[in-house]
Design a protein around this ligand. Structure first.
Ligand SMILES: Nc1ncnc2c1ncn2[C@@H]1O[C@H](COP(=O)(O)OP(=O)(O)OP(=O)(O)O)[C@@H](O)[C@H]1O
Ligand code: SF4
Ligand SMILES: [Mg+2]
Length: 344
């Protein structure tokens, strides 16, 4: 058991081909006058995405996953910190075309007044395709995402497609920009269970075929288990544990991660002794002192956990956890869950 914070770890040193969030914080100011409040949606987050790698961002609702996804896509400017592409600071929507976002609700992300052909034709031209080639390029993109034969769909409007087909069109639109990275924010949660697997398989194909790096935001840990190379667990705007999927699922080391895994039975052997999450997440306006998880943590040591903010600790390889007691021997003590809270 490690009790002394070691130097800040995080992921391995930035490689040349990476999309990196460096010390990113996002503060939102809401209300006015006496009701003015500051929401800390992200707090000094370091996160590195690599080509050909699926990194899953998991955590409860309101933990800051979408905010971080929007920062990684240039749609949300950070209040502090930097987004770097291949080491150089970048900003603006799409970060110069390098990153595209896939949204949860494909119907809302496609212009209802435009046909599929026009939506994709517009994206192709934006990406620099010459007018004469647009139709061929759009047809090829539709075929690639499994909409076949493409000619049958070019004149349809989004409402004439199923949810799965709409999401395929949204993915085709993103691919037309030839992005190096995709941010997929709950891309399957609005879809029928029967088509979720197909969309996930499609994203895996994209990753394999084009070497695209994907930031996959989800509540569904069984999906993470199936597709993620790396996992980052977010709690109240901070990454509290990260590592390869094998590291995080094989030896979950933060009590919050253990509780999340415990809410998805039989995901890992290590989760069998885990508690379910108890209590409600604190809100991002008044985050608890010290370790933000301490009011819900079954093994909190007081006053230390309430008074001192734990630094991230390197456990093994790229596996890190932000807990005073994190270590290979971390065991979640017996206590009665006040309230079980599932994450999916
Ligand atoms: N534009 C905004 N203005 C004010 N507060 C915001 C804004 N966007 C997000 N927030 C707040 O920031 C925090 C993080 O929100 P975010 O949407 O990133 O969480 P999330 O993990 O994606 O949640 P969910 O799983 O429900 O999608 C929340 O407290 C949320 O209310
Ligand atoms: S630092 Fe303390 S309160 Fe926070 S997760 Fe670790 S044991 Fe629990
Ligand atoms: Mg979200």
């Amino acid at each position: 058991m490690t009790t002394t914070p070691r130097p800040t770890p995080q992921d391995p040193p930035p490689a040349r081909e990476t999309l990196a969030l460096d010390g990113v914080s996002v503060l939102f100011r809401t209300g006015s006058g006496r009701r003015r409040q500051q929401v800390t949606a992200a707090d000094e987050v370091d996160l590195t995405l690599r080509p050909g790698t699926i990194t899953a961002l998991v955590g409860e609702s309101g933990s800051g996953k979408s905010t971080l996804g929007r920062v990684a896509c240039g749609l949300q400017p950070p209040s502090a910190g930097t987004v770097r592409l291949d080491g150089a600071p970048v900003s603006g929507p799409g970060l110069g075309g390098a990153v595209q976002m896939i949204f949860q609700n494909p119907a809302a992300s496609l212009n209802p007044k435009m046909t599929v052909g026009r939506i994709l034709g517009h994206a192709a031209r934006q990406a620099g395709t010459g007018r004469a080639l647009v139709r061929d390029v759009v047809s090829a993109a539709l075929t690639e995402v499994g909409i076949d034969p493409p000619d049958r769909y070019l004149d349809r409007h989004p409402h004439e497609l199923s949810g799965g087909q709409q999401q395929r069109v949204a993915i085709a639109r993103a691919l037309l920009h030839r992005p190096r990275f995709l941010v997929a924010d709950e891309p399957t949660s609005a879809l029928d269970v029967s088509v979720r697997v197909q969309i996930i398989d499609l994203l895996r194909d994209v990753q394999a075929r084009h070497g695209t790096g994907i930031l996959f935001i989800t509540h569904d840990l069984s999906v993470v288990r199936a597709i993620a190379d790396r996992v980052a667990v977010v709690y109240l705007g901070r990454i509290v544990e990260s590592g390869t999927a094998g590291e995080v699922f094989g030896s979950p080391s933060h009590p919050y991660t253990k509780a999340l895994l415990g809410s998805t039975p039989s995901l890992t052997a290590a989760a069998e002794d885990a508690e379910l999450l108890r209590g409600e997440p604190a809100n991002a306006v008044e985050r608890p002192t010290g370790c933000h998880f301490h009011p819900r943590c079954p093994i909190a040591e007081q006053p230390r956990c309430a008074d001192h903010d734990p630094a991230p600790i390197v456990l093994d390889g790229t596996h890190t956890a932000r807990c005073h007691l994190a270590g290979p021997s971390l065991a979640v003590a017996d206590s009665n869950p006040v309230e079980a809270r599932r994450t999916s």
